[in-house]
Design a protein around this ligand. Structure first.
Ligand code: BGC
Length: 439
C-alpha cells in the first residue's frame, strides 16, 4: 500500500488533560476525599500521582519530550480557598509554578476551574443546591484568575456539568450520592449560573480570555431505529445530557423536558465548545427506568470494549460529536478523549481511529483548535478508583514509578508529525489500517 498521511493545520494544540483531585494527592479538604474515606469508592486517591509533592515536573518533562505542545490541568478550589474566609496564597503559588513549568517547556496551558470536586465547607452549605454557590464560585474564579492570568488565556469554567449533576444527583455514584431529579435540575440550573458568572468574572480580569465549558458528549442512538419510543428516548436523553448546558450558554434558557428556566445572564457565555468524547450508547425505551428518563443504555453487541467494559471504541460517534459541537457556531477544542486500557492492547487503535475522525472534521474546515488526550499518566478514576487505567504512562501507585505504554510513542509521533500516517498505524495498530487508510 502506498504511504499516506493526514495532516493538521499549523498551530494545532496537541496535549493531554488531567484534573486536580485525580493527580495531586492528599486533597483532604474536599468532598471526594470524604466520599472515599466513607467507603463509597473502590480505592482511595491517597497520593494519587503526587503532583502536589512535585512530580508534575517529571510528568511535564515526559509530555514535552513526547512532542505535546499543550496541557489541560485543573485547580482545586478547596486548596485555594480552604475556608470560606481564607485564601491560601501558597496554593496559588504552587499553581503558578506548574503553569510556569508548562511555559518553560514551551507548552500552552489550559486551566479548568472546577473539575468535579468541591470544598467541604461549600458542601456543608448545600454545595450546588444552594443558590449562593454560583456567586461564591465566581469569587473563587476572580481570585484565581488574578493569580494565574499571566500564564494562559484558555479557561474551562466547569468540567462536565452534565456528568456532575447526573452522577451526583441522579445515579448517586458521585458525592453527595443523591437520586432525585428535582434536586438535579436545581443543581444544573445553578451550574449554568455559576458558569455564567465565572465567564463574566474571567473576562473582567482578562479581556482576551477564551472561556468555555467542557461538556461530555455521549452519542445516544435508538437501539431500534424503527421504534418511535426508542427514538423518543434517545432524543430526550441526548437533549438533556448533551444539549442542556451549551445551549443554555448560548441563549440563556435551561430546557429540561417540557420546562424552560430562564437564566438570562448565561446568554452568550461561551467563546469555544470544550468537547469531551468517549463513547456511544444504544438506548431502548424502558418504563421501569424513570430516573433514566425511561431509557436503558447499552453498548452495541459486537462492540470493541475496554478492560472493564466502561468504554466502547466508537470513532464514528466522535465525528458525530464534532458535528454537533460545530452547530453552536464556535471554535471547538477537544478537551478530553481516551480509553482505559492497562495493557495497551486497545488504546493504539482507539487513538488512531479517533484522530482519523478528528482529521475528517478538520478537513471540512470546521474550526477545531486542539486535542487533549485523557490522560497523561494513570490517575484516580473517581468511584472506580485505580481499577481503570487511562494513562499514556502507567503508574505504579505504591512506588510512584511511571512506565511508558506504546500509545505514548504513537501519540508522540502524531504530535511531532502534526498528523497521522499509514506507517504509524501499521506500526502500532495494523488491525485498524483498513479502516483508517482504506485501499
Ligand atoms: C472526566 C474525567 C474522567 C474521565 C474518564 C471524564 O468524564 O472528566 O475526570 O477521568 O471521564 O472516566
Amino acid at each position: 500500500m502506498p504511504k499516506a498521511a493526514y495532516h493538521f493545520p499549523r498551530g494545532f494544540l496537541w496535549g493531554t488533560a488531567t484534573a486536580a483531585h485525580q493527580v495531586e494527592g492528599n486533597n483532604t479538604n474536599n468532598n471526594w476525599w470524604a466520599w472515599e474515606q466513607d467507603g463509597h469508592t473502590v480505592d482511595k486517591s491517597g497520593l494519587a500521582c503526587d503532583w502536589w509533592g512535585g512530580r508534575w515536573k517529571e510528568d511535564f518533562d515526559r509530555a514535552a519530550e513526547a512532542g505535546q505542545n499543550a496541557h489541560r490541568l485543573s485547580v482545586e478550589w478547596s486548596r485555594i480557598q480552604p475556608d470560606p474566609d481564607r485564601w491560601d496564597e501558597n496554593a496559588l503559588d504552587r499553581y503558578r509554578q506548574m503553569l510556569r513549568g508548562l511555559r518553560e517547556r514551551g507548552m500552552t496551558a489550559m486551566v479548568t476551574l472546577h473539575h468535579f470536586s468541591d470544598p467541604l465547607w461549600l458542601m456543608e452549605q448545600g454545595g450546588w443546591e444552594n443558590g449562593e454557590t454560583p456567586g461564591k464560585f465566581a469569587d473563587f474564579v476572580r481570585k484565581t484568575m488574578e493569580a494565574l492570568k499571566e500564564y494562559t488565556t484558555l479557561w474551562v469554567t466547569i468540567n462536565e456539568p452534565n456528568v456532575y449533576a447526573y452522577s451526583g444527583y441522579v445515579a448517586g455514584a458521585f458525592p453527595p450520592g443523591k437520586k432525585d431529579m428535582k434536586t438535579a435540575l436545581r443543581v444544573m440550573t445553578n451550574l449554568v449560573r455559576g458558569h455564567a458568572q465565572a465567564y463574566r468574572a474571567i473576562h473582567e480580569v482578562q479581556r482576551e480570555a477564551r472561556v468555555g465549558m467542557a461538556v461530555n458528549y455521549r452519542s445516544i442512538f435508538p437501539a431500534n431505529p424503527k421504534s418511535p419510543l426508542d427514538r423518543w428516548v434517545a432524543k430526550t436523553q441526548s437533549g438533556i445530557f448533551n444539549d442542556l448546558f451549551p445551549r443554555a450558554a448560548q441563549d440563556g434558557k435551561v430546557k429540561f423536558l417540557y420546562k424552560t428556566i430562564n437564566v438570562p445572564e448565561a446568554a452568550g457565555t461561551q467563546d469555544f465548545i470544550g468537547l469531551n468524547y468517549y463513547s456511544r450508547d444504544y438506548v431502548t425505551f424502558d418504563l421501569r427506568l424513570p430516573g433514566e428518563l425511561f431509557g436503558r443504555r447499552a453498548y452495541a453487541e459486537d462492540a470493541d470494549l475496554s478492560d472493564t467494559g466502561f468504554i466502547a471504541n466508537e470513532p464514528a460517534g466522535f465525528f458525530e460529536a464534532l458535528k454537533w459541537a460545530r452547530g453552536f457556531g464556535k471554535p471547538i477544542i477537544v478537551t478530553e478523549n481516551g480509553v482505559e486500557d492497562a495493557d495497551d492492547h486497545m488504546r493504539p487503535r482507539y487513538l488512531a481511529q479517533h484522530i482519523h475522525q478528528l482529521w475528517r472534521a478538520v478537513n471540512f474546515n470546521w474550526r477545531i483548535k486542539g486535542y487533549f488526550h485523557w490522560s497523561l499518566v494513570d490517575n484516580f478514576e473517581w468511584e472506580r478508583g485505580w481499577t481503570q487505567r487511562f494513562g499514556l504512562w502507567e503508574l505504579d501507585v505504591e512506588t510512584q514509578a511511571r512506565r511508558k505504554r506504546p500509545s505514548a510513542d504513537l501519540y508522540a509521533e502524531i504530535c511531532k508529525e502534526n498528523g497521522l500516517s499509514s506507517e504509524m498505524v501499521e506500526k502500532y495498530c495494523p488491525e485498524a489500517l483498513e479502516k483508517i487508510f482504506p485501499e
